[in-house]
Design a protein around this ligand. Structure first.
Ligand code: SF4
Length: 494
């Protein structure tokens, strides 16, 4: 789910990270309360806004709000009206575009076939062109979200059933989507043919012995509500739940899947299982690979918390260099990039991280982080280590250089703002003021996933932000006029 112009990147400080999270449940008493718990476990995937829609068999009920799940869905006056045994929810990442409530999901529309609620993780990469065509034909958009395009495609489809209309709509969109849809007929979960964004299915037993079905972005959300993991939704699969009946549809021509490799590097919580692999174990393996590829003569391995911690453990265990917590992170400071202006943002970095001086003074250290995007945070962290008396500061990164923007629902800056897109390794090291800098190789990243190397002809994952090898056509990116048009449309509906 991306709002506003996806080619105008938000000023989010250094990290790209965050996309969206979805959670849906069918057949549970108090469904909305379980959705709130599930969304809470997915909060790391998007912290700007959250929403829940429930269906009580007759009516849909929705509450959407800016901010975190906790604080918005912990009040009885909000939860009690979210009646029903079917509900879905969404957490949304931050953008600088408009933060209007109308873009917060689930989006809802009354169609000729009945109510239609949709929660989306991903990005429709031809949304602007589709939107332009739909507006020409009379569609009136209520938001500036790419996700709304799907609603209008369903509304204008000539097929008879809502499932067929939905499939018809999906056949016209490009890009990444893991979707949870609610209609009076039932709940639908589906994943784009490449399976770029994750989606898993679970079940939870009810007090009457029946089984409620759950769909979620990550397995950690199943754990939190006490559900059992059943399986991942396959790329290109559409699963429909109508009461106790579950049907699987595969309406797309099969293609080789390309799930997002960055889920392993950063997005997913380390306690999630993705593609039958422990995310934590893969992150440690990336760190170990980094130690093999780029050793350092250092006294301490120090993670940049929290995202660099599993890779730093892997690096330390492989290299034999002691692992220590040389940077302490405050858990009570808001994210640095919500504060506007460079000066305040830099202050924010210092509030968030503090050097463990007694440990660092006089030591040669190797810092481990998951990625470098703009380089702003890395520079501040290296300076902080030097101010704390580190003798040498070496930076090791548990992903290859991020040289390309993501068009599949991840909050990346435009290419020109990516440090690795404009500088070589030496220039990057100089920019962040490190004594040395190294990234894990792309083959090394695949080795950590258990493959001998990246298959250049048929890679097993999307790795476009590292390689530029985008697995789909990028219609809107090549269509400058539709970018302009989208801006105009966005203005018109604001
Ligand atoms: Fe993931 Fe990068 Fe591909 Fe985006 S471009 S889906 S972040 S691997």
């Amino acid at each position: 789910m991306l709002t506003t112009n996806p080619f105008e990147a938000p000023e989010n400080g250094d990290k790209l990270h965050e996309e969206c999270g979805v959670f849906g449940i069918s057949g549970a008493a108090d469904a909305a309360r379980l959705v709130a718990l599930g969304l809470h476990a997915l909060q790391h995937r998007g912290q700007e806004a959250a929403g829940i829609t429930s269906f009580d068999g007759a009516e849909f009920h929705t509450h959407r709000a800016m901010g975190h799940v906790a604080g918005n869905f912990d009040r009885e006056d909000i939860m009690v009206p979210l009646r029903g045994t079917v509900a879905c929810g969404h957490v949304r990442y931050s953008t600088t575009g408009e933060t209007a409530l109308r873009n917060v999901q689930p989006l809802y529309a009354d169609l000729a076939s009945g109510g239609f609620a949709i929660a989306h993780n991903g990005n429709i990469s031809n949304a602007m062109r589709l939107r332009r065509d739909l507006v020409r034909r009379g569609s009136i958009f209520q938001s500036t979200s790419d996700t709304e395009t799907i609603i209008h495609l369903v509304a204008t489809s000539n097929y008879r059933t809502v499932v067929d209309k939905f499939i018809d709509a999906l056949k016209r969109v490009e890009g990444a989507y893991s979707l949870i849809v609610m209609t009076p007929e039932g709940m639908i979960a589906c994943r784009d043919p490449l399976g770029i964004r994750p989606l898993v299915m679970g079940r939870i037993e009810q007090s009457d012995g029946s089984q409620a079905v759950i769909f979620a972005s990550e397995t950690v959300a199943l754990d939190v509500v006490g559900a059992t993991f059943v399986r991942s939704i396959d790329p290109g699969e559409l699963v429909m739940v109508k009461g106790s009946e579950i049907t699987s549809h595969r309406p797309f021509a099969p293609v080789s899947a390309r799930p997002c490799i960055f889920e392993f590097v950063y997005f997913s919580r380390p306690d999630s299982i993705s593609e039958d692999r422990s995310v934590y174990t893969v992150r440690k393996a990336i760190g170990a690979q980094l130690a093999i590829e780029s050793p350092v003569d250092a006294d301490l391995v120090i993670p940049v918390p929290d995202s660099g911690t599993p890779a730093a453990l892997g690096y330390a265990q492989e290299s034999g260099i002691p692992f220590e917590l040389g940077i302490i992170r405050s858990h009570y400071v808001g994210r640095t990039f919500i504060q506007p202006g460079d000066k305040v943002r830099h202050l924010g970095v210092k509030l968030k991280h503090n050097a463990n001086r007694a440990l660092i003074a006089g030591k040669k250290i190797v810092l481990i982080d998951d990625s470098i995007v703009r380089g702003t945070t890395s520079l501040k962290i290296v300076e902080m280590m030097r101010e704390a008396g580190a003798a040498e500061v070496h930076m090791r990164i548990a992903s290859p250089p991020t040289r390309h923007s993501c068009f599949y629902g991840v909050d990346t800056p435009e290419r020109a703002k990516l440090l690795a897109a404009t500088k070589n390794l030496e220039e990057m090291a100089a920019y962040i003021k490190a004594d040395s800098l190294a990234f894990v190789s792309i083959d090394g990243l695949y080795k950590a996933l258990g493959e001998p190397q990246r298959n250049a002809i048929r890679p097993s994952h999307c790795d476009a932000c590292f390689t530029g090898d985008y697995p789909t056509t990028l219609t809107d990116q090549d269509d400058v006029s539709s970018v302009d048009q989208f801006a105009l449309l966005a203005e018109r509906v604001s």
